[in-house]
Structure formats: structure tokens, C-alpha cells
Design a protein around this ligand. Structure first.
Ligand SMILES: O=P(O)(O)OC[C@H]1O[C@H](OP(=O)(O)OP(=O)(O)O)[C@H](O)[C@@H]1O
Ligand SMILES: NC(=O)CC[C@H](N)C(=O)O
Ligand SMILES: [Mg+2]
Length: 535
């Protein structure tokens, strides 16, 4: 998952960058690895600031001052294809045709075919392993086919239709054509989220914002908003006048509407409403259903004396854990104190970093564990890094029995649409029964939500079904042959390069077969503003 934003302010002499920065702060949880903003100023000139790091570190005041223009896009990256190299930070840019920049959330599952097509048929140079660079170039190649000095909305929609016919996978995108306008579009299954909103100014003019989550729109006063439909696109002109209001078009036939259920489980903020369903409400329901399942495990459905206290694994699981405790009629206690200065561990790109930050992030309070049978509730168990560590912490703090409950079913397959969950083999649920998982993480028992129950919790909107491939191994778009193997190969290669670089000395070297794929740290497109150098 990543966070994306795009904004056009009605006032041409107003800079949009501060608004994009504010929005990025509301989407930081969707990607901590890299951040970027591109704005478009007078005469269509583009200004960029991007690099590895969190939004507040990349977007310093000095750099923000150089981002001029009333239109712009943002990206917060959590790498899922390619690597975490600085050159893969987004937005991506191509100068031809017209100067296009793009922010993408999702993964394309036919990237090998797209890469081949771009190389052999339309002869476009691709400089990274990122699937988002492919997407941008496919769109650019389609626009190029008009062979015009200026395109219009009809051309843009038709280039989008051609693009969406060629690409396969999950994508929510905001793109910007220099001097022309902003474009938002969403894949035909609506796997990744995207919303459009309006804010009326005192003088009656209207600002427009496109964002991954409703929380940004609400927080910034874009009170009239809606989800972009699967297969739909919107164009907002930079200098719009009467008759040039945003134009929406169903550019391709929608397919079965299947938002990614993991948005509700983990990604999204609880205060967001996605595709008509409040993330918070869905998590409350997850707590209720989990409690029903847990009761059934104990004789006479009675947890009295079996579970003394319910303890959440902060942060995401809090909402469900509280409701689970209420439903079980067992006290809820915040037994783990969270260090507010440590980010989300699951989305850190490196396993050693993830492991050490669990202990840095969470600290057990003995008084809540000593001599008690505790039920720890988390939203999901992925690699088991968090659960293994905190079961040990609970026992060290004196717990008698440690039960572990997950609001999501066992994760046994790769997430291919924009979450770098891990190589399948690194998943604690891979090839293990629930009993074996309990043994592996050191718990007395593990309780998993049933898939049908989880789906129930997220119903109520227009979605027909949910994308649940991470639990079933069946993916709504299908995948090209060897897609997962290729993804895993690139991940392993990136890791080898990183490891080799750490011990880099004069005579150390990387396997020659890997050298061809060494990533540039700095992007080759638009110059970064200010003094920023990617680290
Ligand atoms: O089995 P694992 O590989 O450890 O992954 C699962 C854990 O990772 C996530 O927490 P994270 O720290 O990312 O974020 P949070 O603070 O929002 O819960 C998730 O909420 C689980 O706690
Ligand atoms: N998490 C995402 O949406 C990532 C977008 C894109 N696949 C990348 O790796 O940059
Ligand atoms: Mg967590």
C-alpha cells in the first residue's frame, strides 16, 4: 500500500504544496519509506521534492518554499515492486509527451509483458524495477499516439482506456499533465481505494482533492466527497473556468467490485470510510465476531477463569480488542505501552529492523500480566515477528497462559496487490496448521477469525466481494506466469545488494549477476528542489 494525493486550488496564485504536505501527514501510515511532491507552476513548469524517508523529513520548510504552483501530486511509498532505492521514490516523471508525473498505489501483475512492450514496440527507456514507472510510460505512449501539440479531455480519457486495457493488477493513480490538469483513476475491480472531493471557498470558487483515504478530505474541509468507481477516471483542469468543471468518465467496463479486505484489517486509518464502509465499524465487528469464536473453544462457551484479561497489541488492533473484551465480558487493559516515536513495524522493509523495533515499540507492564491468563489481540499475524516477541514479553512479565487472537484469518499466501507481506515462505502461516503456528509463536493457543466472518464485518457498501487472495491464494485479476517467483527473486536480490553494501570495502564485491541490477539512489528525472539529497 502507498498513500497518494492530488490537488488543484482554484486560486492560481496560491501554492498547493502546504496543502499536499498536510495531506501527507494524514496518509503517513500508508508508506514510511519514501515521500514525494511534484507541483506545477506558471507556464507548466514542474517542481519536485522527493527522497527516502518520512514526509516530515523529506518535506522540510526550505524545500517546500521551492514548490510553487496551484496544482500538485504527492506520494508516500511502501515499496512492493522493485526495491526501496531512492530512484524508485514517487511521483515518477516523463518529459514526453507534455511532461507527465504520476503517483501510483498498487501493483501490476503483468509487468514483464509491459516492460517488453515498452522496450520492443514503443522504445521507451525504463530506468528502474518499479511497476509504477511502467504504468506511467504505458500512459505516456498512449497519449503520444495522438501526435498532437495539445491534447483534450477526450484524448486523455481514450489514452486511459487503452492504458487500462493493457495493464493488469491493482492501481489507484493520480497523474498530472504539465499545465493541463490532474487525472485520477482506479482499476476496474476497485482493489485499491481512491476518493474525490470538493471544497467551496468563501468567494464561491472550488478546490479539488483526490486522495487514498477519506480522512484527508474531511480533515482539510473537502466535505463533499465520494469514492471513484472501479474503472472510472476524473480530469480536473488546472485553470478551470465555467464549463471546465471536473469531468468524470467510466473509461473501462467495471469488473466485479472487490476492494482489498486488508484495508479494513490493517492499512487504513480507523477514521476513514472506504467504499461506503467505516473502517472503525468494521474493526468493532471484527472484535465481536472474534469473541464469539473464542467462546466456542471453551467448555460451555464460558471464558470465566480461562481468560482474565484482554490486552491489545497497539496500535491497529485496539478498536477490535476493546470490543472483543466487551463481548467476552472480560476486563480490557493496555498491558503494552507503545513508544510513540517508532513507526509501523510491519511496513519496514527489512526483517532485522522489524524485529528490533518490536521491543523498542512495545513495552509490557508487569502489573497487567503477572499471574494472569491473558488474551492478546492483534489485527493480523504476518511473519509472526510481533507475535513471537510479545508472547515472550508477556511471559517475562509473569503471564500464566498466553492466548493469541487475530482479527484476520491465517495469512498463507503472498499479497500481490500492493503489500510487501513477505516471501510466502517467510509467512508464519505458510504450510503450518493453527496448532503449529501457536507453537511457533510460543502461544498456548491461537484463535483466528474465520474468513466468512471477516467478510461480514466489512459489508454494507457497494462492494460485491472482497479481494482475499492473501488468505486463499486465489487472486481476482489472475497473475502472469512466474509473477510471484520473479517478485521473490527481486526481493532476494535487493537484500543481497543491501547486505553487500553494508560491508562494502575496497575489495568487497557483489555477485556479478546482481551488479546489473544495482539501483541508483537518485532519480534521473526532474531536479529535486532545495538542498535535498536522497540518503
Ligand atoms: O506478524 P508480523 O510480521 O509482526 O506483522 C503483523 C503485525 O504488524 C502490524 O503492526 P505494525 O507495527 O506494523 O503497525 P500498528 O502499530 O499499526 O499495529 C500488525 O498490526 C501486526 O501487529
Ligand atoms: N505499496 C504500493 O502501492 C507501491 C506502489 C508501487 N508498486 C511501488 O512499489 O512503488
Ligand atoms: Mg500491529
Amino acid at each position: 500500500m502507498c498513500g497518494i494525493l492530488g490537488c488543484v486550488l482554484a486560486n492560481q496564485s496560491c501554492n498547493v504544496a502546504p496543502e499536499l504536505f498536510e495531506g501527507a501527514m494524514f496518509l503517513q501510515h500508508r508508506g514510511q519509506d519514501a515521500a514525494g511532491i511534484v507541483t506545477c507552476g506558471q507556464r507548466g513548469r514542474l517542481y519536485q521534492c522527493k527522497g527516502n524517508g518520512m514526509a516530515r523529513d523529506v518535506f522540510t520548510q526550505a524545500r517546500m518554499n521551492n514548490l510553487v504552483g496551484n496544482m500538485g501530486i504527492t506520494h508516500l511509498r511502501y515499496p512492493t515492486a522493485g526495491s526501496s532505492a531512492g530512484s524508485e521514490a514517487q511521483p515518477f516523471y516523463v518529459n514526453s509527451p507534455y511532461g507527465i508525473s504520476m503517483s501510483h498505489n498498487g501493483n501490476l501483475v503483468n509487468s514483464a509483458d509491459l516492460r517488453k512492450y515498452l522496450d520492443e514496440t514503443v522504445h521507451r527507456h525504463i530506468n528502474t524495477d518499479s511497476d509504477s514507472e511502467l504504468l506511467l510510460n504505458i500512459f505516456a505512449a498512449e497519449l503520444d499516439k495522438f501526435n498532437k501539440s495539445r491534447v483534450n479531455n477526450t484524448d486523455v480519457f481514450s489514452a486511459l482506456r487503452e492504458t487500462m486495457t493493457q495493464i493488469r493488477g491493482a492501481y489507484a493513480v493520480v497523474a498530472m499533465i504539465a499545465g493541463y490538469g490532474l487525472i485520477g483513476f482506479r482499476d476496474p475491480n476497485g482493489i485499491r481505494p481512491l476518493l474525490f472531493g470538493e471544497r467551496e471557498n468563501a468567494d464561491g470558487t472550488i478546490d479539488y482533492l483526490i486522495a487514498s483515504e477519506s480522512v484527508v478530505l474531511k480533515a482539510q474541509g473537502y466535505n463533499k466527497f465520494r469514492d471513484i468507481a472501479p474503472g472510472e477516471a476524473v480530469i480536473i483542469r488546472k485553470e478551470y473556468t465555467a464549463g471546465q468543471e471536473p469531468e468524470f468518465k467510466q473509461v473501462v467496463e467495471p469488473k466485479i467490485f472487490t476492494p482489498d479486505i486488508f484495508e479494513y484489517v490493517y492499512f487504513a486509518r480507523p477514521d476513514s470510510v472506504m467504499d461506503g464502509v467505516s473502517v472503525y465499524r468494521s474493526r468493532i465487528e471484527m472484535g465481536n465476531k472474534l469473541a464469539t469464536k473464542i467462546r466456542k473453544y471453551f467448555p460451555n462457551n464460558d471464558v470465566l477463569g480461562e481468560i482474565d484479561v484482554v490486552i491489545p497489541v497497539p496500535d491497529t488492533a485496539r478498536t477490535s480488542a476493546l470490543q472483543c473484551a466487551v463481548s467476552l465480558n472480560v476486563p480490557y487493559r493496555e498491558g503494552f505501552v507503545k513508544n510513540r516515536y517508532i513507526g509501523r513495524t510491519f511496513i519496514m522493509p527489512n526483517q532485522a529492523e522489524r524485529r528490533s523495533s518490536v521491543r523498542r515499540k512495545l513495552n509490557a507492564m508487569e502489573s497487567e500480566f503477572k499471574g494472569r491468563n491473558v488474551l492478546l489481540v492483534d489485527d493480523s499475524i504476518v511473519r509472526g515477528t510481533t507475535s513471537k516477541e510479545i508472547v515472550i514479553m508477556a511471559r517475562e512479565a509473569g503471564a500464566k497462559k498466553v492466548f493469541f487472537a487475530s482479527c484476520a484469518p491465517p495469512i498463507r499466501y503472498n499479497h500481490i496487490y500492493g503489500i510487501d507481506l513477505a516471501d510466502t515462505k517467510a509467512l508464519v502461516g505458510f504450510n503450518r496448521t493453527e496448532k503449529e503456528i501457536a507453537e511457533t509463536i510460543g502461544a498456548d493457543e491461537v484463535f483466528y477469525q474465520d474468513l466468512g466472518d471477516l467478510e461480514e464485518c466489512c459489508r454494507g457498501g457497494p462492494a460485491e466481494k472482497f479481494e482475499v487472495g492473501v488468505f486463499t491464494g486465489e487472486y481476482v485479476t489472475g497473475i502472469e506466469d512466474n509473477y510471484i517467483q520473479e517478485l521473490e527473486k527481486i526481493r532476494a536480490q535487493n537484500q543481497r545488494i543491501k547486505d553487500a553494501n553494508k560491508g562494502l570495502s575496497v575489495d568487497s564485491c557483489i555477485d556479478a549477476s546482481d551488479m546489473v541490477d544495482v539501483k541508483a539512489e537518485v532519480d534521473i528525472s526532474i531536479y529535486n528542489t532545495g538542498d535535498y539529497v536522497a540518503n
